[in-house]
Design a protein around this ligand. Structure first.
Ligand SMILES: Nc1ncnc2c1ncn2[C@@H]1O[C@H](COP(=O)(O)OP(=O)(O)O)[C@@H](O)[C@H]1O
Ligand SMILES: [Mg+2]
Length: 269
């Protein structure tokens, strides 16, 4: 096997990826070279999310509206995918389905090897509560709770509150001086940093972000996105992010566009 490939892989290992993620790189490097990237025990490349042939329609006064028509999507553990597409193309619909907030008409969604449609109510509730983190364009913080309690909210609900991790998140998101404030006393960028902290506090398997930078100016958007990507780089949490910004999308590992109810892969690195 060519030594320049080995050198390339070594450089990538050194510079870009934590050890946890390196094994998932094989699929991006291309066939023929993947032998270089045999899994390093105990780490493995794990498919986190597998969406296959998903159809979803809504009943409307004008009859059924077919939104998803055979959507396929795959995301590795620790991987990130930017989901783009015109307004109304079904991006939020897809996120809701993956979050287990709604069910597919046809097709399957598999998370960590288990099909969502075959989970019972308790398993589904557990999936939503413990393994999904949600971040929205409108921040959706709880107005009556201080920043510190907003941050801890989901982790407490999930029974996964860890003071040390909470303290680290607070520090890395630059929220230390804001803990006693209420959401209305924060800027948009600060609110979104709290929302990100809240979503990651339970260490979810999957972070779903629906246009998280849509309400932020460009500089703030860059800053918040960088904080998020830095946090994810040190974790096994996978990211599925809806964005209208090609600039934001390009920062994620892969990009896909939802068009006519299907996903068209745009590329990746
Ligand atoms: N609960 C619903 N009932 C009826 N139509 C819906 C519902 N939710 C979404 N839609 C419609 O489905 C289409 C896709 O919506 P959505 O997934 O929110 O798109 P996007 O997030 O890409 O803008 C839109 O035409 C929207 O009006
Ligand atoms: Mg939407």
């Amino acid at each position: 096997m060519a030594s320049d490939v080995q050198a390339r892989v070594a450089a990538i290992r050194r510079n870009f990826f934590s050890l946890r993620k390196i094994n998932c790189l094989a699929s991006y490097i291309g066939s023929g070279q993947t032998v270089i990237l045999q899994p390093i025990p105990p780490f493995r490349c794990v498919s986190m999310l597998q969406v296959q042939g998903v159809f979803k329609s809504y009943a409307t006064a004008q009859g059924p509206l077919a939104v998803l028509r055979g959507a396929d999507l795959q995301l590795d553990q620790g991987g990130s995918l930017a989901l783009m597409g015109e307004s109304g193309s079904g991006k939020s619909t897809l996120l809701h389905l993956v979050a287990g907030l709604d069910s597919v008409d046809k097709g399957s969604i598999e998370v960590a090897g288990q099909r969502l449609d075959q989970m019972n109510e308790a398993q589904l509730a557990n999936w939503r509560r413990t393994e999904i983190g949600l971040v929205f364009q409108q921040f959706n913080l709880i107005g009556s709770l201080k920043v510190e309690d907003n941050l801890a909210f989901q982790a407490r609900l999930a029974g996964r509150y860890q003071p040390e991790w909470q303290a680290e998140l607070t520090e890395r998101l630059g929220l230390g001086a804001l803990l006693k404030r209420y959401p209305e006393q924060l800027s948009g960028g600060q609110q979104q940093r709290v929302a990100i902290g809240r979503a990651l506090a339970s260490r979810p398997a999957l972070l779903l972000a629906d246009e998280p930078t849509g309400n932020l100016d460009e500089a703030t958007s860059d800053e918040v996105l960088q904080l998020l990507l830095d946090l994810l780089a040190d974790s096994t949490t996978s990211l599925l992010m809806v964005t209208h910004s090609p600039r934001v999308a390009a920062r994620l590992q892969r990009q896909a566009v939802l068009h006519l109810g299907r996903l068209v892969s745009e590329g990746g690195r």
